[in-house]
Design a protein around this ligand. Structure first.
Ligand SMILES: Cc1cc2nc3c(=O)[nH]c(=O)nc-3n(C[C@H](O)[C@H](O)[C@H](O)COP(=O)(O)OP(=O)(O)OC[C@H]3O[C@@H](n4cnc5c(N)ncnc54)[C@H](O)[C@@H]3O)c2cc1C
Length: 464
């Protein structure tokens, strides 16, 4: 369905939300034609900015009346096209619902509106001795609602787990416009509906409020940056560390290509001939951290580490992390466009997959650089291209598909954290059989009977 600025739906949305609560001019809508996955684009029919759960519910009910798709959007940092209004629709921006409503240290929880930024919650908790553990590299921009909808991970997922583990409850609007509250109750009886909703990418409900678990800050840290001559040396050390029973808070790998980009942009003084740099951090009670650090260094040296630089102070730790956190931003210097892939393999298959990434890039004539949450086996090949060159875009898509297929063949999967979105929907039938997909479709129908919430995402259409 398409609308015009004067269509009855737009008029009714404007009447409910006020003129400042809706955009419908073509020049405004173009801003919302895509998210962080810039390869596919489509302009929505309207964008609305509700201020409350009740307003979200009203929008969903009105859209039902007009058979209009509804796409929830937080910060739009999805790298899988999760916010793409496939075939049009009304985009529901959660960005005006960004209050930190409550911080309750005695119950170790915070209540936030879905549009609050991850970093905003971090700042609100500064000095309390607690933090919200999920730390996607997009924490400065992404929303808690988006983190819940994608079950986001991040560098510290290795020890602290993905977002879902830190969500105690949500308030959400279902596909028929009804408002539900799931949790926050410890060990609730009945079906785990909260678990079903987390990671459902806006296809089951629009999350409006989140109860999050607060995690005590670690007493201390030991952080180091290790330079390896080869990727195989780096991944060998990483597997040995985990195999020895040490669970670092994070083990982040950057390959030669991305180090070169970081170096050119920020001049950290990294050697340009090393194939891999790994940032490793252990945290927890101060007692025992030195032993863990020393054992990690032993494993790194056993695998030929060229240099181990330890952070001697909080400032040095921050500086050490800065190179990893700035890595993706530095890629902008390498090409006009880039596509960040998200595959996962058993950790011991990292050398294989990183080798294959290079081979696949070469065979398609696409330059690829890599960052990886290596402790989790989660690789992020970054494919560099120019989106104005359609033939090159096709090669990027082909290379992306091939490397995701390789992840499946390694016993892994096509996403560890970015979600399926539109980008990977075709892979669902390779990962799940027909009866699995039918079961998922029935679950979606229960939450979203009209199918209008974020259609064309996550669960593919099953042919009769
Ligand atoms: C530079 C960069 C680094 C990144 N690093 C990481 C990382 O380390 N780990 C990681 O997991 N991801 C990462 N991402 C991907 C992305 O930031 C995450 O998926 C994030 O959780 C998305 O949050 P958002 O607010 O931007 O959501 P959006 O992009 O706006 O939406 C993402 C999906 O969630 C749905 N959605 C959004 N809000 C709601 C809501 N309130 N209710 C229901 N559905 C909703 C949308 O419909 C869409 O399907 C990165 C992205 C970038 C650009």
């Amino acid at each position: 369905m398409t609308t015009t600025t004067h269509s009855p739906l737009i008029q009714q949305l404007r009447a409910r939300l006020g003129s400042e609560g809706i955009l419908s001019a073509a020049s405004d809508l173009i801003v919302y034609e895509c998210d962080g996955f810039t390869i596919e684009k489509n302009v929505p029919d309207a964008v609305v900015f509700p201020r409350s759960t009740d307003e979200v519910a009203q929008v969903v009910k009105l859209c039902n009346q007009y058979d209009m798709p509804v796409v929830a959007r937080g910060a739009g940092t999805s790298l899988a096209g999760g916010c793409l209004p496939v075939g049009g629709g009304v985009v529901v921006m959660l960005t005006r619902m960004k209050q930190i409503l409550q911080v309750d240290l005695r119950d170790r929880l915070a209540v936030v509106e879905a549009g609050a930024l991850n970093i905003q919650l971090g700042r609100a908790l500064a000095g309390t001795g607690y933090h919200f553990a999920p730390d996607p590299s997009s924490e400065g921009a992404s929303t808690i609602g988006g983190n819940v909808a994608t079950n986001a991970g991040g560098p510290h997922t290795l020890k602290y787990g993905v977002t879902g583990i830190h969500v105690l409850g949500v308030e959400a609007v279902l596909g028929d416009g009804s408002i539900v509250r799931l949790g926050p109750v410890a060990d609730p009886p009945g079906l785990d509906l909260l678990g079903v909703l987390i990671g459902s990418e806006g296809t089951l409900a629009i999350v409006t409020k989140v109860w999050v678990r607060l995690t005590p800050n670690p007493q201390d840290y030991r952080a180091m940056r290790v330079i390896f001559d080869t990727v195989d040396d780096a991944t060998g050390a990483i597997s040995d560390i985990i195999g020895a029973g040490i669970i670092p808070a994070a083990m982040e790998l950057m390959d030669q290509g991305i180090v070169a980009a970081v170096e050119e942009a920020f001049h950290f003084g990294f050697p340009l001939d090393a194939e891999a740099i790994v940032v490793i951090e252990v945290d927890g009670p101060a007692a025992g951290l030195d032993q863990q650090r020393d054992r990690i260094i032993e494993f790194c040296k056993k695998h030929g580490a060229r240099e181990v630089l330890q952070a001697a102070s909080a400032e040095e730790r921050e500086k050490l992390w800065k190179c990893r956190k700035l890595a993706v931003g530095a890629v902008g210097r390498l090409s006009p466009s880039y596509c960040i892939q998200d595959g996962v393999v058993p950790r011991t298959r990292l050398p294989h997959i990183l080798r294959r990434v290079t081979e696949i890039g070469n065979s398609h004539g696409i330059r690829i650089v890599n960052v990886a949450h290596a402790g989790d086996g989660n690789v992020h090949p970054i494919l560099l291209f120019d989106e104005r060159n359609r033939e090159e875009v096709d090669r990027v898509l082909a290379a992306g598909r091939e490397l995701l297929q390789e992840c499946i063949e390694c016993g892994g999967s096509v996403t560890a954290e970015h979600g399926i979105g539109v980008e990977k929907i075709d892979f669902m039938s390779r990962l799940f059989d027909r009866s699995d997909l039918e079961a998922m479709t029935r679950v979606r129908q229960a939450f979203n009977p009209s199918g209008l919430l974020n259609p064309g995402k996550l669960i593919p259409q099953i042919d009769p």
